[in-house]
Design a protein around this ligand. Structure first.
Ligand code: ATP
Length: 261
């Protein structure tokens, strides 16, 4: 099967008044069908830039980005989830989903059933009529995930989506998001948490300090089914992988002055 997305020879700099700021690359990366790719790296190493390139929000300064064989078109073909849910506050949970289904050009008669299916997928059955301020932060982020899945994207991009949540809610969401990659869908997920990376990823890449290049690309050989979340997190293999990723992250910081994570 062809790769879902590909970056070849990509470098990206932002133009500023003081001159170009190199943010990413040179870098080659393929997102494979069904993979859960987690990106870890120091602050400012270009993780969000990588997602912005995949979403088509930015064009690379050098090299090529392709999504399903052509340059990505912003707002189409990928679903994006940010750190903040960014829901429409004047709308209900169901209304937020309905708007996404409308944008995704789902025929009107099909929308109620599809909205119910999406809410069920993210564990929010029956919460359609609630206002967005009547649900918790974790539930709001679940709505954001459902909304991002409305158009059945082949690629879901998630930029530190759980960073603002408490530890317990975060673990619950990790457990629910882990199965989202698979048949017909790949996920690229950015996080600062090594534990989160190893738990979620079928592959973890570690970026170097800015401009981010690939310091480590590590397949995660933990079972995707059959073990409970606690069993996975407590397994010796999980600890070994976490150690490997942590060491690579520490190595990227070793050249930095002072304390920066
Ligand atoms: N619009 C912009 N204009 C100028 N420089 C930018 C812009 N966006 C990002 N940068 C710079 O590019 C570099 C990479 O930024 P990016 O946000 O991709 O990093 P990151 O790894 O996601 O960081 P963090 O972990 O802190 O969210 C940083 O040095 C940042 O300051």
């Amino acid at each position: 099967m062809p790769d879902v997305a590909e970056l070849s020879g990509v470098e990206h700099s932002y133009r500023t008044k003081e001159g170009p700021v190199p943010a990413l690359g040179p870098l080659d990366l393929a997102v494979r069908p069904g993979e859960f790719l987690v990106v870890v790296g120091p602050s400012g190493s270009g993780k969000s830039t990588l997602l912005r390139l995949l979403a088509g929000f930015e064009r690379p300064s050098t090299g090529d980005v392709t999504l399903l064989g052509h340059p990505p078109v912003p707002g189409r073909e990928v679903g994006v989830v940010f750190q903040q849910p960014r829901l429409f506050p004047w709308n209900t949970v169901g209304g937020n989903i309905a708007t996404a289904l409308k944008w995704a050009k789902v025929p009107k008669p099909d929308r109620p059933a599809r909205a119910a299916e999406l809410l069920s997928l993210v564990g929010l059955d029956g919460l359609g009529p609630r206002r967005t301020w009547e649900i918790s932060g974790g539930q709001q982020q679940r709505v954001a995930i459902a909304r991002a899945l409305a158009a059945r994207p082949r690629l879901l991009l998630m930029d530190e989506p759980f960073a603002a949540l408490d530890a317990l809610t975060r673990e619950r969401l990790q457990e629910d998001v882990r199965p989202l990659a698979g048949d017909g869908r790949s996920v690229v997920f950015v996080t600062h948490s090594v534990d989160e990376a190893v738990f979620l990823g079928s592959r973890v890449i570690v970026l170097t300090d800015r401009p981010g290049r690939i310091a480590l690309s590590l397949p995660v050989d933990l079972p995707r089914e059959g073990l409970s979340a606690d069993e996975l997190r407590g397994s010796p293999r999980f600890a070994a992988l976490r150690g490997e990723v942590s060491a690579a992250v520490r190595a990227t910081l070793s050249t930095r002055p002072g304390l920066m994570v």
